[in-house]
Design a protein. Structure first.
Length: 624
């Protein structure tokens, strides 16, 4: 017995010694008694001063301490004696040296990214939405002796149009540098990659405008079925090239900033398929085996003039979109030309490189073809159901792998179009998707499950595991070998793999999520996100909407869903603005599927019968 006791005491001593030895080897940077001294370079730039202020603010939030002791360790920003990364704007190095911590960044964003990197990696902070941050409390903040962490951005341009993205704090914390939707990003936030022109569909709308030139010069525009149409330009007309080049150079004289890393001018086809079929355009496209032949030839000529004028940090952007998506065979984009390849036709339930998905096979071939000839591919990706935005969109399962596919095919920029009308139409997992999209742009190889779980825990509270199981169950059953998930997918027939048992399980998961949450803000988030599940059930006649239910109960369930959509402040049901605002016609929302619950489906006969439907409904409610 004594021997056993001696062994146990010895083991306890060794364990305590090991723990003490480990703790001694750590460098304590901050505690509840003292903050570190934050040291800036002489004549610090606005982004360096902001980085220091942010670091100080969050260290105070973490420790509760507001000042540094005389002998406090230092956190030194951009010390010239410490080599900074040289791999482009946004790269950083964090290193412990002799009891101090050094954060060195490249360009205007590297220091800011380094500070947020330290707060995330060492302190556990997260910025999940523009209104939700997690700042852990700690008695001490320390790093191991010799600690070093380096980061190089995977892409030179990252942007989305989700709501949180408009916050400079959220965007910078999550390493997003695009500025098309944020506007001009102040220097203290590191600036951004800007489009000096419009963001998209600029040919005929901004450059060589149809409203300015079509009446007097129809020959500048596309020939279709023997007639000139103002929908697209004739890209082989030399006067069109002269006009567009002159307008681009005039724009640069007005807006160019030589100190920004990258500035972009978009020369992109209008949003239709009315390309020019004149003999010259047709011949050039035929020689290239693709309609991108005439477009890239035209854009190259403008890009040459921009280069010759000395605008070294300016790139000319164009589309590989719909009819121009396939790469040309006889012309190569110039180094200062960006080709934005658009995935609008793809399936977002399968990964892009899933060989079994026929919907994605053609896109992957186009990506490989462009990658072989273009040094600067950007991606215009899609992240919601634009037709029925309240319906569950299953790309949460494929976001990470798709981003890896882009990186592995030499893509240099990502724009993730999401629910840009989210302030009017928010009833699914938009905040989660926005956060995860930003995180995988910053690092396609991060721990995706950990990031998702962390968000769900902070956003939904105690019911988060139930919601995670719901998401996984829906994603797993979102597609089959022959049924895919596009961005205009109908809710009726979506999630084709869900069985009746799965439906019952999902119902139970939402009940448990509601029961677990006591915080009112989190309770509201659970209720809002559940709208997507209720919407799907209404479209597919499941649970409370099932045909075997008494028809009055089905009507009551439809009205409850409709009224909850409105109660959560939703003014729109999908892309389309006023045409997609919720109807006031009882004939629609009491009797029809949710796809018909918007004003675009109102007509005289439905409106005529609406008062009768309401009267019968109220009468039945009074009886039963």
């Amino acid at each position: 017995m004594k021997k056993i006791l001696c062994v146990l005491l010895a083991m306890m001593f060794l364990f305590t010694f090991a723990q003490t030895a480990f703790a001694v080897s750590d460098v304590v940077l901050a505690s509840r008694a003292s903050l570190p001294a934050i040291v800036l370079p002489a004549n610090a730039a606005p982004w360096q001063r902001n980085a220091a202020n942010l670091l100080r603010t969050y260290l105070q939030k973490i420790t509760g301490c507001g000042s540094a002791a005389a002998d406090a360790p230092r956190i030194v920003l951009d010390d010239p004696a410490v080599e900074a990364p040289s791999s482009g704007d946004g790269a950083y190095r964090i290193a412990e040296r002799e009891g101090d911590l050094y954060i060195s960044g490249s360009g205007q964003r590297g220091t800011l990214y380094g500070v947020f990197g330290f707060l995330q990696q060492v302190c556990g902070c997260r910025w999940y939405t523009k209104d939700l941050e997690v700042v852990p409390q700690a008695d001490v903040i320390c790093v191991p002796t010799g600690y070093e962490s380096c980061y190089t951005p995977y892409f030179e341009y990252c942007e989305t149009d989700w709501r949180s993205w408009h916050s400079n704090l959220f965007a910078t914390a999550n390493r997003m540098d695009g500025a098309a939707y944020r506007g001009i990003v102040p220097d203290e936030w590191g600036g951004g990659v800007r489009y000096l022109s419009g963001f998209a569909h600029t040919l005929t709308t901004q450059f060589c405008k149809a409203e300015q030139y079509f009446d007097s010069h129809p020959e500048y525009f596309a020939l279709r079925d023997g007639e000139r149409k103002p929908a697209q330009l004739c890209l082989t007309n030399p006067e069109v090239l002269r006009i567009v080049t002159g307008e681009v150079l005039a724009l640069l004289r007005q807006k160019h900033n030589p100190n920004e890393t990258t500035q972009i001018v978009s020369l992109t086809q209008n949003d239709n398929r009315e390309y020019c079929t004149c003999p010259a355009c047709a011949a050039l496209d035929e020689r290239n085996g693709a309609h991108a032949g005439s477009l890239i030839t035209f854009v190259n000529a403008v890009a040459d003039s921009v280069r010759d004028a000395g605008y070294d940090n300016v790139a000319i952007d164009t589309f590989a979109y719909q009819y121009t998506r396939s790469a040309p065979s006889a012309v190569v984009p110039r180094p200062n030309v960006i080709v934005r390849l658009c995935s609008i036709e793809c399936c977002f339930g399968h990964t892009l490189d899933d060989a079994a998905c026929t919907d994605n096979a053609a896109f992957m071939q186009d990506l490989r073809d462009w990658s072989s000839i273009c040094s600067r591919i950007y991606i215009w990706d899609y992240g919601t159901n634009y037709s029925e935005t309240f319906n569950f969109f299953p790309n949460l399962r494929v976001l990470q792998r798709n981003m890896q596919v882009f990186y592995e095919h030499n893509v240099r920029g990502i724009y993730g179009e999401g629910n840009f009308y989210v302030d009017r139409c928010d009833g699914e997992f938009g905040d989660l998707r926005s956060y995860l999209q930003c995180r995988v742009m910053a690092d396609p190889y991060l721990d995706y499950d950990d990031e998702m779980n962390g968000f769900l825990r902070a956003y939904y509270g105690a019911g988060w595991k139930n919601i995670r199981e719901f998401i996984d169950l829906c994603c797993e059953n979102s597609v089959t070998a022959t049924k895919h998930a596009g961005i205009y997918q109908r809710s009726k027939g979506s999630l084709p793999g869900l069985t009746n048992a799965d439906v019952r399980r999902c119902d139970a998961l939402w009940r448990m999520a509601h029961a677990a949450v006591s915080d009112e803000v989190q309770r509201a988030r659970v209720g809002r996100s559940e709208l997507c599940w209720r919407y799907w059930k209404a479209s597919n006649a499941k649970s409370e909407f099932a045909p075997y239910r008494f028809f009055l109960r089905r009507m009551q369930a439809r009205e409850a869903l409709y009224q909850d959509i409105l109660a959560y402040g939703n003014l729109q049901l999908g892309e389309g603005g006023d045409n997609r605002t919720p109807t006031q016609c009882e004939t629609l929302y009491l009797l029809d599927l949710p796809i018909y619950w918007s004003k675009q489906y109102e007509n005289a006969s439905r409106l005529r019968f609406a008062p009768i439907v309401r009267a019968v409904y109220d009468f039945l409610n009074g009886i039963f």
